[in-house]
Design a protein around this ligand. Structure first.
Ligand code: GDP
Length: 500
């Protein structure tokens, strides 16, 4: 028999669909990825391109979105920002982000990357276009609701079917791996010396949660770049920053054992269950379940740069993320939500760090990392594609003479202040030619039968962060959308079929 909560959910979903139907054709596009994957930069660039694509300031210039068909065919009338439909969700701060990217003046050091995603936010963009001759001719519009949310939150989905004891056991096992153990030492020391039967007290709960969170944070640092680190809100608390809802941590509890009501174990278990009921479930029900399309941004280069353990961990995280897209299709989560996402794009970001000869290779690596998971999602009818892109291209390419040897393929940009390669430290103002190294030419062969570790070891890759580029100016001094790599291909995949 359906639960009351299910009936309420159904009723709410029907009301929502009716309201959305009344507001005309629209798509809800989810933009996700782990922190620093490039969500904020992607959405900002997307909006900047689509709101300016047909601006008079760009008249006479080369079309920078040639693969985005509605524009290439001259049918795009224009893109406009509109009030978003959900009053309870914060608005994506597009204006602040584009101001940071373009900077107040033409000094390179006046440009900054925008503030990264820390919680869910939303923005509505309306595209007006001419329909193709032969279909119903005439003007049409499509409202695109862009929903930006931390990918860490998707990693919470598996918790819904795990007890506190199961989750504790898995957290202990994960933290014992050679790569993680040194980072987890303090928390593990505390956890194993704490008797779960001890009387519940706030100091122990807070102490354990702080040490556990510190361990998860250390795992995300550049040199480790681990990805699979639930619970998601410990790293990306959103509005729960400092909230008691996050004051729990795994304990050395035995599965199946009953702990006294007033014990630390019972208190931690109650908080873990409350986290699932009041934080995880509402996110999936109220936000995730309403998405139509999804782009998952992946900083594969950071993982490759950090080494084999990070690459393996990224693969696990991507598989967990994809599990969310299958959830609700005939499994224990069907009562919670039924995702209706019909297109998913995996995008390896920051391709501008590499020479273009490696862009396809980056794409192939991401395709490999997601292949197991993609096969399962395709089974449930979603169309999936993989791409390597740079929403904002901060570099240009050049051949640089290699001290009497053959010319080397380099990327040139302005590395951020204090970035370094070996002994060289950059000042954030001067351009530098970087030889990023090459990704393997045939990842399939390298991967075949080989653990990913072997593959990551072979990568000769050097990674520095660059400043955003100085924007070109069009008529009336209006800044033009930033250069990109394959952003138009992503747009075509994500909503080209709704713009014909
Ligand atoms: P979020 O946490 O997913 O919102 O990540 P952001 O969009 O804030 O991106 C994190 C950082 O990655 C930025 O501050 C930039 O340093 C870098 N980044 C993101 N996108 C690009 C890109 O297209 N090109 C380059 N060169 N760097 C990027």
């Amino acid at each position: 028999m359906p639960l009351i909560s299910d009936l309420l959910f159904e009723a709410r979903a029907v009301a929502q669909s009716l309201a959305e139907y009344a507001s005309g054709p629209h798509i809800r596009l989810g933009v996700t990825g782990l922190s620093r994957a490039g969500k904020t930069v992607f959405i900002t660039a997307l909006v900047e391109h689509l709101t300016k694509a047909t601006s008079p300031a760009l008249r006479g210039r080369r079309n920078t979105l040639p693969v985005f068909r509605v524009h290439a065919e001259g049918r795009l009338i224009g893109g406009t920002l509109e009030p978003q439909p959900d009053d309870a969700v914060p608005r994506f701060a597009y204006e602040n982000h584009i101001a940071a990217l373009t900077g107040p003046d033409r000094r390179i050091e006046a440009r900054h990357w925008p503030q990264s995603t820390r919680r869910i936010s939303e923005l509505r963009l309306r595209l007006d276009f001419e329909q193709k001759a032969g279909l119903r001719p005439g003007r049409q519009s499509l409202a695109i609701d862009i929903v930006d949310y931390p990918g860490e939150w998707l990693l919470d989905l598996p918790l819904l079917s795990k007890s506190f004891a199961q989750w504790s056991r898995e957290a202990f096992v994960a933290s014992a791996s050679a790569a993680r153990a040194p980072l987890a030492a303090q928390w593990r020391g505390f956890a194993v010396s704490t008797d779960p039967r001890t009387k519940a007290n706030e100091d122990d709960a807070r102490g354990a949660a702080e040490l556990f969170t510190a361990y998860l944070r250390a795992c995300r640092a550049d040199e480790y770049s681990f990805s699979s680190l639930p619970p998601g809100r410990f790293l990306m608390p959103g509005d729960l920053e400092g909230s008691p809802a996050l004051t729990f941590a795994p304990l050395a509890v035995e599965e199946g054992e009953i702990y006294p009501q007033d014990s630390l174990a019972a208190m931690m278990e109650r908080r873990y269950e409350a986290y699932k009921a009041h934080v995880v479930k509402p996110f999936f029900r109220d936000h995730f379940a309403r998405l139509d399309r999804q782009i998952v941004l992946v900083d594969a280069l950071a993982a490759l740069n950090a080494g084999p353990a990070a690459v393996r961990d990224l693969e696990t995280a991507l598989t967990d993320v994809l599990a969310a897209f299958r959830a609700g299709r005939g499994n224990v989560l069907s009562n919670l939500f039924r995702p209706k996402i019909d297109k998913i794009l995996f995008a390896a970001t920051k391709a501008d760090h590499l020479h273009h000869t490696s862009h396809d290779r980056l794409e192939a690596i991401l395709r490999h990392l997601t292949s197991r998971a993609i096969a399962r999602v395709e089974l449930v009818g979603a169309e999936v594609d993989v791409i390597a892109l740079a929403a904002v291209r901060a570099t240009r390419e050049a051949k640089v003479n290699g001290h009497g040897g053959p010319a080397l393929e380099a990327v040139i940009g302005t590395p951020l202040d204090r970035e370094r390669i070996g002994d060289e430290v950059f000042d954030g103002k001067s351009e530098a030619a970087i030889f990023p190294g090459e990704l393997p030419s045939n990842p399939k062969l390298v991967f075949e039968g080989e653990p990913l570790a072997v593959m990551a070891d072979q990568i000769d890759y050097r990674f520095v962060r660059f400043r955003p580029p100085i924007p070109a100016r069009g008529q009336n001094g209006i800044s033009l959308p930033p250069p990109h790599i394959r952003l138009d291909r992503a747009l075509q995949f994500l909503f080209g079929d709704r713009l014909i």
